[in-house]
Design a protein around this ligand. Sequence first.
Ligand code: BGC
Length: 575
Amino acid sequence: MPLTEADIPTIIAGMTLAEKAGQMVQVDVSTATPAEVGEFGLGSVIKTVPDGKLGTTDAWRNLFDSYQREALATRTGIPMLAGIDAVHGHAYFDGPAVILPHNIGIGATRNPALARELARITACELAATGIRWTFAPTIAVARNIRWGRTYEAFGEDVELQVMFASPLVQGLQGTDLAAPDAVGATAKHFIAEGATEDGIDRGDALITEEELRAMHLPGFIDAIDLGVPAVMASFSSVNGERVHGSRALLTDLLKTELGFDGVVLTDWEGIAMGGLTMKEGLEAGIDMFMLVESWREGLPEIIRLVEEGEVPMARIDDAVTRILRMKLRLGLFERPFSSGVCADALGSEAHRAVARQAVRESLVLLKNEDNILPLSKDQSVIVVGTHADNVAYQSGGWTKKWQGAHEDLFGNPARPVEGATSIIDGIRKLIGADRVIDAGRDGIRDDADVAIIVVGEQPYAEGIGDRQAEELVLTPEQRALIRDYHDQGTQVITVLISGRPLLVNEELERSAAFVAAWLPGSEGDGIAEVLFGDHDFTGQLSFSWPREAAQIPINVGDTEYDPLFPYGFGLRYAP
Ligand code: BGC
């Protein structure tokens, strides 16, 4: 007979305190061996660093299955659960997975049905590598574009949180969470992380309860209603209180009021990072600790707290109940090992076609003087700029590793994202290589009337991407490139790759057309398909575009609202 929810109390009654504490601990494959997962009965394993190239679905399956074998061989035989960050496709896979546009671009599509399809693809590619849990979607509402995680949000308003939280959860989880190709989602990061003062990552949101509930909570409610099995606490604080230590937020609001019956997970070493104790986390309502590096101290600390009467066993039993519930709902007790599902679909042309559609629909046309776009496929074009032939830059942070692929992974600097198409390659594919004049990162050529200049931000993640408002600009070299092409009389089409709006007034002036392309991911050819008119622009700004640094933060609904381009703006070819 398959286990059901009704069996959980019996399982828990048969567990020792150490076994319970083990379930509450999450480690990384780089910090705990399979044997240690067995020895300590650890509940979950994640993979966050490219610790040597595995590269194939089989190698990844073997890795996680080796942990699972040890978990199943313990006295309790409770399966472990493997999770990973897949915030824009299975982007940590070190093989040819499809990298999707980051959420800022998804927001710009205003297409929730497409978002659901994209999340299905992510789930399929994750399951192909033996992973049934992801720390996604990020359903933050980013209220200040200085924040380094702005691009992980769908936009600046709750409208987009509500539009996209549900389809992403539905897409990841499918119609049956126990199906081999279903992946448990994590609604993160709870809550108001995008509302911190000055957009400081892990900072403090000074916010009324009314604003918190109206602007930051609705997407979480939707995710919970859809049965999301996990919620990750935010590193940030609300009105001076660390969320990881907030009983009011994690227990009273999330668990009691909203009825969330799944697992509240810490962020990466979120207890220590927040200057909190394990006791404070437990009392606040944390169920599973992403301890990663400190698990050898954290695990005995949970045991000590209970043995010495500082934390009641009932709190531990509640946490373990939730963890077992999640594992049950994922069908792990029946099918603990990787299934091999979707192996052929990973990185497939079918998956790439949907991702390419998302790229096309995420593009926002900000300017199109004299209808210079769409370009004719019969003309030669110069293509130039730091981001024209760089699949790492166009994919942004959380690609292959935390801060992005840059150019240094696995000794293949030219192709850090296997299977990806750069923007210039996409243009070559569409109009023929002989019509494309490649001027490199910064070359000046004058043998065509039109130059497509692709520039923008370099990859970053989290607080590394926090900026002062004045810093939200292109580099001097990028600006000079646009200026020089303009000044020599070439028509400039600027394609901006960025995780947020930038202050680009002069570059807008000097460009005949200007496209905000966000962080499109691996399918760079989606850009050519719109520039050359195979498809129209349909994207709409998910963030207000500021006129000047002093305006930041600016959000739709502000009393004095005078952006350069308003939230929702986007030109089209069609009248
Ligand atoms: C991030 C989370 C992420 C976790 C695991 C943290 O630094 O805030 O979003 O899920 O790392 O990689």
